[in-house]
Design a protein around this ligand. Structure first.
Ligand code: PLP
Length: 294
C-alpha cells in the first residue's frame, strides 16, 4: 500500500508551518467549524458516568436507531436498526465492504478524479482499479460512462456523490439508472455518502437509501460523521444496507478499544445524542430533502 497522499500533504504542511510558512492546507477534508457543543457535552457526560466499557460489535442500539431516524427524517429512507452497523470511520466501513466483496483479479470501477483511498484498498485486496474519466463530461459520472466501463470482470462500482474532490452531485435519475445498469450486470455498488449534507441549492442531496427496494439491496451505503458533524478524530460512521446482513458478521468490525478514538464508547453515546438533536445546522446553508424520490 502506498502512503496516503492526503496524509503526506498534511505532514508536509505541518513541516512547512513549523518553519514559519503561512499556508492553507487543502489536503485533508475537514470542515471549517468545530465539533458542536452538544456533542462534546454528551461525551463528557458519558465519561463521567463511566460509559467506558465494551459495547456491542455492531454499535450501541441508541446510535443505530438514531441513524435510522436520521435517514427517515431527512431522506424518507426507512431502515431497521439491524441493517445499520457502526464502524470506526468511513474508511473502515469502505475497507470492510470491499474486503467482503472482492477477490483477487476482480475489477473495481472508480470514477476519476477520486478520493485517494479507493485505489489503495482495491490494490491491497489484489483487485484492479479501473478508472472512469469524468473530466470529459465536466466531472460528472453518467449512466453511459458506467455502462461503457463494465466488463465481465467488473465486481464493484464506487459512487461518491457529493464527490471528493470535484463536489459534483449525481441527479436522482442518473443515480437510479446507474444502479440499474450495474445490478443488471451483477455488479455491486458502494455509495460513499460521507459528504451527503454538503449539497447546496439548487442541487438536492440524494442517498441510495431512496432507491427502490430491489436496487437498494445492491448498494452498500457508507456514511460518516467526520465532515457533517465536524468529528474527524472521533471515528464514527454509518454503513447501511439491506440483504448484506448475512455477510455482515465478517465485514464490519466496530472496535471500541481502537486507538483512533480517544473515548470510543462515550463518543458512541454522544453521536447518538448529536443525531437526535441536530444534523442539518452543522452544514451551513445545505439543502435537504425529506421526500423520497421512489
Ligand atoms: C470521499 C471520502 N470518503 C470517505 C472518507 C473517510 O472519512 P472518515 O474515515 O473520516 O469517516 C473521506 C475522508 O476524507 C472521504 O473524503
Amino acid at each position: 500500500m502506498e502512503v496516503s497522499s492526503t496524509l503526506a500533504v498534511l505532514m508536509e504542511a505541518e513541516r512547512l508551518r513549523a518553519e514559519g510558512v503561512d499556508l492553507i492546507d487543502l489536503g485533508a477534508g475537514e470542515p471549517d467549524f468545530h465539533t458542536p457543543q452538544n456533542v462534546k457535552a454528551a461525551a463528557e457526560d458519558a465519561i463521567e458516568n463511566n460509559f467506558t466499557r465494551y459495547t456491542a460489535t455492531s454499535g450501541i442500539a441508541p446510535l443505530r436507531k438514531a441513524i435510522t431516524e436520521m435517514m427517515s427524517r431527512d431522506f424518507g429512507a426507512n431502515y431497521d436498526p439491524s441493517e445499520v452497523l457502526v464502524t470506526m470511520g468511513g474508511k473502515q466501513a469502505i475497507f470492510n465492504a470491499m474486503a467482503t466483496l472482492l477477490n483477487p483479479g476482480d475489477d473495481v470501477l472508480i470514477p476519476s478524479p477520486y478520493w485517494v483511498t479507493f485505489p489503495e484498498i482495491t490494490k491491497f485486496l489484489g483487485a484492479k482499479p479501473i478508472y472512469i474519466d469524468t473530466e470529459q463530461n465536466d466531472f460528472l459520472l453518467t449512466p453511459d460512462l458506467v455502462s461503457q466501463a463494465i466488463t465481465p470482470r467488473t465486481r464493484l462500482l464506487i459512487i461518491n456523490s457529493p464527490n471528493n474532490p470535484t463536489g459534483r452531485i449525481i441527479s436522482p435519475d442518473n443515480f437510479h439508472r446507474m444502479v440499474e445498469i450495474a445490478a443488471a450486470r451483477d455488479v455491486w455498488i458502494i455509495s460513499d455518502e460521507c459528504y451527503l449534507y454538503f449539497a447546496y441549492p439548487p442541487a438536492v442531496p440524494f442517498t441510495a437509501g431512496q432507491l427502490v427496494e430491489d436496487l437498494r439491496s445492491r448498494v452498500m451505503i457508507c456514511g460518516s460523521f467526520s465532515k457533517t458533524h465536524a468529528m474527524p478524530a472521533w471515528r464514527p460512521v454509518t454503513p447501511a444496507s439491506r440483504r448484506w446482513e448475512k455477510k455482515r458478521s465478517s465485514w464490519i468490525v466496530h472496535s471500541p478499544q481502537s486507538w483512533t478514538a480517544p473515548t470510543p464508547a462515550a463518543s458512541s453515546r454522544s453521536r447518538a445524542s448529536a443525531l437526535r438533536s441536530t444534523v442539518r445546522p452543522l452544514v451551513p446553508n445545505a439543502a435537504c430533502t425529506s421526500s423520497p424520490t421512489s
